[in-house]
Design a protein around this ligand. Structure first.
Ligand code: EPZ
Length: 421
């Protein structure tokens, strides 16, 4: 199994171009299924989740191939609406192919995605919404069989109990090709939703209100292909900025989506590092010991503080002066990375959704396995500011969402190797 070997003590310095967004690429690759001809998707990150999404597309008869960071899809020859368990289970978010297939051909047969490292991942809101749009949905033996009761799904007024990103995406994907108008109230407002809608509009879809809580979609019989550039990955951006802040470094992040990163940047600024930015570039400099964040850091749906940045920001606060308090409001088990942090000498108390981080003067390298995607990236970040060397295993979690993370860290002067087969 491969591992990362990380030796701490170096201040990160240099310039890094930010990768494309995982959480935008995945729904856009699914959306390409709705298009009657070729799509060219630029700035796709080369990560295992994107390759898993392309395997799903290929198994339905659609084509999806890569050249560098450009994916080319062609859904003209779609001939199968059944996704096997082995492909569905490669990543949880494969459930959004349900909406795309229902939009494209009015039926699909997929697996119920299990829970994951972050806890149970229910899809009740996805299913309730699709039923309102006229889908007959049967769950049996871990599989979900859906079929539009009419020729196509029809529009509906849907109010989400929680602004679920995945449920919002699934509704948009099926509504874009449904018969009539769909209104989504309490829709997720994440930037990746806007990116998905930007792609669909370029394909001829009639969608408005994305980025706000009320999205209106008027279905179209057919969507054509287009060329589209995926937005930068705001969580990867938060990750590299946290690494630089934790190591007392100075970095320039280019191709960043600054305005979409505001909820994270406004908290990072409270640690005392100096941050300046223009439209697509962020300059971070931190010459001294970080300060603890005074206000409680509450993870919330966008435009609140992103849950995906919780672990990486925590890694930067392990040696901060003072005590920081996190409140994880989105997922049940999103503090699994704290075990590794405590092995490194961090002073952390976890009580349910609260984690109290009392800054210590030093943390030390250790051996630990990545627990999940963002927790694993946070372990790298902590190891870069620890004394000594760390070994991080189960790095397949990290490869799901970060393109060549060891190359990016080395580019910034960090000491990090990938070893093993
Ligand atoms: C997306 O997951 C992201 N994944 C997650 O990023 C991110 O953490 C999450 O949104 C929140 O921002 C992708 O975009 C691929 P949700 P998703 O539906 O869609 C509950 C990463 O690290 N819920 O907004 O699964 C659910 O259990 C990943 O890149 C229901 O109860 O998130 C969770 O507690 C991790 N019923 C909360 O809502 C439902 O039907 C938020 O889930 C759906 C969701």
């Amino acid at each position: 199994m491969q591992k990362f070997i990380v030796t701490g003590g170096k201040r990160l310095r240099g310039e890094l171009r930010l990768q494309g967004s995982k959480n935008s690429s995945l729904p856009i690759i699914a959306a390409a299924m709705l298009c009657s001809d070729e799509c060219v998707l630029k700035n796709c990150p080369r990560i295992t989740d994107v390759y898993a999404a392309s395997r799903i597309l290929n198994c339905t008869g659609c084509k999806c191939s890569f050249s560098g960071n450009t994916a080319v899809t062609d859904s003209r020859c779609m001939n199968n609406n059944e996704i096997p368990e082995n492909l569905m289970s490669e990543m949880r978010s494969s459930i959004i192919f349900m909406g795309a297939m229902l939009g494209r051909c009015g039926e699909c047969n997929v697996s119920i995605p299990g829970g994951c490292e972050l806890g149970p991942r229910p899809i009740d809101m996805h299913l309730a919404a699709l039923r309102k749009m006229g889908a007959d949905i049967r769950e049996e033996m871990g599989r979900i069989r859906c079929r539009a009761t009419g020729k196509r799904l029809h529009g509906a007024r849907i109010s989400l109990a929680f602004p679920s990103v995945g449920a919002t995406e699934n509704i948009i994907l099926s509504a874009a090709a449904a018969d009539g108008e769909t209104i989504i109230n309490n829709a997720a407002r994440e930037p990746e939703i806007c990116d998905l809608c930007g792609f669909l509009r370029k394909c001829g879809a009639d969608i408005s209100g994305d980025g706000e809580s009320r999205i209106v979609v008027n279905g179209r019989e057919k969507l054509h292909g287009c060329e589209y550039t995926v937005m930068p990955d705001r969580i990867a951006g938060a990750t590299y900025l946290s690494m630089a802040a934790a190591s007392g470094g100075e970095i320039i992040l280019t191709n960043a989506c600054v305005s979409e990163m505001e909820p994270f940047l406004s908290v990072l600024e409270q640690t005392g590092c100096s941050i300046s930015a223009d439209e697509n570039t962020i300059y971070l400099r931190n010459g001294s010991r970080l300060k603890a964040v005074g206000d409680r850091i509450r993870t919330m749906p966008h435009p609140g503080f992103p849950t995906d940045a919780q672990a990486v920001l925590m890694s930067a606060l392990l040696k901060a002066e003072g005590t920081s308090v996190f409140e994880e409001n989105i997922f049940d088990c999103r503090y699994r990375h704290t075990d590794a942090f405590m092995k490194m000498g961090a002073d952390i108390q976890v009580m349910g959704k609260i984690a109290v981080i009392k800054g210590v003067k030093r943390i030390y390298g250790t051996s630990a396995d990545a627990t999940d995607l963002r927790g694993g990236a946070a372990m790298i970040s902590a190891a870069l500011s620890a004394e000594g060397t760390s070994e991080i295993g189960s790095i397949y979690h990290i490869d799901r969402g970060y393109e060549n993370i060891e190359k990016a860290v080395r580019l910034l002067g960090g000491d990090m190797q990938r070893v093993g087969m």
